[in-house]
Design a protein around this ligand. Structure first.
Ligand SMILES: CC(C)(COP(=O)(O)OP(=O)(O)OC[C@H]1O[C@@H](n2cnc3c(N)ncnc32)[C@H](O)[C@@H]1OP(=O)(O)O)[C@@H](O)C(=O)NCCC(=O)NCCS
Length: 241
């Protein structure tokens, strides 16, 4: 699913079950040694996906992918990437920083958010629009899609800015027909951050009982996508002031 959302220069690997026999490198193992089994499983398969994606870019699989202080995966120099895992799905994507400045992906079960969560994560206009989408475009849990888009925004935002971003700091607008969404970062989110992105555009997909969202920000001066159709795809990228 994930490769449908991203440009050709982004390498990806996804799985729908935890493959047997997959192991962590010793330095990675140390990060989850005391974790519960479910966390160990998602972390292990997430790292497996990351190593598989990195191998597609030509990187060796024997270098550990550790985690930063805020939980972000620490990629090899000159690599940007993102990892997601939820029940029934794990995925990782990577790209060369010369081509992609930042990338964020998120997968969620295509199920309604628990009671009260939409109100907690959505701005009033997002909540109203989500309720409208649920009526007008049934068959997809648009509340969960909104949540996923916000998580993808954060995973894209953090490696660029190294700063937190609250749920109320970004307004998401989902296009239910063309598979895209936009995110506008509100003034309080960018305050005091030099060259902070003012927004992103991303893509979404629903299927296999999942909603998946992704954002890839092309590097300034990066080489254009080889697929000419995608070069005209307004869903890619970042908005600056
Ligand atoms: C960090 C967070 C985005 C993870 O999303 P999630 O839906 O809970 O979980 P996922 O399985 O999809 O993603 C987990 C992966 O995200 C990655 N991640 C964690 N922190 C990250 C960060 N600061 N920056 C980038 N990626 C991060 C990690 O790779 C992690 O997997 P790992 O620990 O196995 O390496 C989420 O828990 C969170 O803290 N959200 C609050 C911030 C936010 O979303 N703001 C909204 C802005 S509009």
């Amino acid at each position: 699913m994930i490769e449908q959302l991203l440009a050709a220069e982004v390498a990806s690997h996804e799985v729908f079950t935890d493959p047997p026999g997959v192991t962590l490198l010793p330095e990675e193992e140390a990060l989850v040694r005391d974790s519960v089994e479910s966390r160990r499983r998602e972390f292990t398969t997430g790292r497996h996906c990351a190593h598989m994606a990195l191998a597609r870019l030509g990187f060796p699989r024997d270098r550990p992918i550790l985690s930063g202080k805020r939980g972000e995966p620490l990629w090899p120099g000159q690599v940007r990437g993102s990892i997601t895992h939820c029940r029934g799905y794990r995925a990782a994507v990577v790209a060369r920083s010369a081509e992609i400045a930042s990338v964020g992906i998120d997968a969620e079960p295509d199920q309604p958010l628990p009671e009260g969560v939409l109100e907690a994560v959505a701005l009033p206009q997002e909540e109203a629009r989500t309720k409208e989408l649920l009526v007008r475009f049934p068959g997809v849990c648009w509340d969960r899609m909104l949540f996923s888009a916000k998580e993808s925004v954060y995973k894209t935002w953090f490696p660029i800015t190294r700063r937190p971003l609250e749920f109320e700091d970004a307004v998401i607008e989902i296009d239910p027909v063309d598979g895209t969404f936009s995110a506008r970062i509100l003034p309080q989110g960018v305050r005091g951050i030099h060259n902070a992105p003012r927004g992103f555009t991303g893509r979404w997909i629903a299927g296999n009982g999942l909603v998946v969202t992704a954002i890839a920000v092309p590097a300034v001066g990066g080489s254009p996508d080889e697929n000419p159709d995608r070069n005209h795809d307004s869903s890619r990228g970042v908005h600056t002031a």
